[in-house]
Write a protein of this length. Structure first.
Length: 294
């Protein structure tokens, strides 16, 4: 009996021991699996990084060129081009562009079209947008047109001169020689378009004595001789139809205005105010009887 109990007890103990070993082995396997995951992850991460380091690096895309900045110059005042400040004229020049002058034929300065009462159309001023040839101020096309104009073969629709030279006479803009010939008093209703007048020195006035001598020289010789000796001449004062007094030299029949401040009849005639010559047949003054002064 005791032996059976002992055998049964021993079997139970051995079974319990075996179950404990199974549990411990399962827990150990589970722990090993958990511990293996981070290592595998770290290994995979390391492999990825090594692959990235070994992979060829693509060259960075080329930087897009920065837009060129235009070098602009303000047009200086030009005494030979006084209408340069007109609103239709170009006030700034791009020094990086061709210096050829450009206009748009289809556009015109207000007031210059014939439908607006104009004589000839003139246009807003512009600049050629092409790049100049290396070392030159003009592009190839403008240089060709300049050469044709110099040879007397100008194309009136393609060449209007240069912006860096004195204003071209056929520039077709306000202020050129052709414009001043068409609009010497400016465009109607546009006070800024009036060309300045060239100052003209006033003609020197001749002294009165010289004027008298000139008048005497234009009078026939016989009359001039008689006028030189007025003290011996006979004079007749009379009232004209207009009511204004006059005095007539009875020898020459020349009629003069009267100087009322003089009492001596010989000095009463204003020799520089000839009214005409007395027509003895008609009994009146002939204003055409005296030579005209120039």
């Amino acid at each position: 009996m005791n032996a059976e109990v002992l055998s049964s007890t021993r079997a139970a103990v051995n079974q319990a021991f075996d179950q404990r070993e199974v549990v411990l082995a399962a827990e150990a396997a589970k722990a090993a699996a958990v511990a293996a995951k981070p290592a595998a992850k770290r290994k995979a991460t390391k492999a990825v990084k090594e692959a990235e380091l070994l992979a060829p690096v693509d060259a960075p895309p080329p930087a897009s060129p920065k837009p060129s900045v235009a070098v602009v110059a303000t047009v200086a005042a030009d005494p030979t081009d006084p209408l340069k400040t007109h609103p239709s004229r170009l006030q700034k020049i791009d020094l990086a562009k061709c210096m050829g002058r450009k206009i748009v034929i289809s556009k015109w300065v207000p007031g210059t079209h014939k439908d607006e009462g104009g004589v000839k159309k003139f246009h807003p001023e512009g600049q050629c947008t092409a790049a100049p040839a290396t070392g030159e101020a003009l592009c190839a096309k403008c240089a060709e047109q300049e050469a044709l104009a110099a040879a007397g073969k100008r194309d009136a629709k393609k060449w209007f001169g240069r912006l860096d030279l004195p204003l071209y006479e056929f520039a077709a803009v306000v202020g050129c020689k052709q414009y001043i010939e068409c609009y010497p008093n400016g465009i109607a209703g546009d006070p800024l378009s009036i060309p300045p007048k060239t100052a003209e020195a006033p003609a020197p006035s001749a002294p009165k004595k010289a004027k008298k001598a000139k008048a005497a020289a234009e009078v026939p010789v016989a009359i001039a001789m008689a006028n030189l000796d007025v003290t011996e001449a006979e004079w007749l004062t009379f009232i004209q139809k207009s009511g204004v007094p006059a005095i007539r030299n009875l020898k020459t029949q020349m009629v003069y205005a009267v100087d009322a401040s003089e009492t001596d009849r010989a000095k009463m005639a204003k020799m520089d105010e000839v009214l005409g010559k007395w027509d003895t047949e008609k009994g009146e003054i002939d204003p055409y009887g005296v030579p005209d002064e120039e």
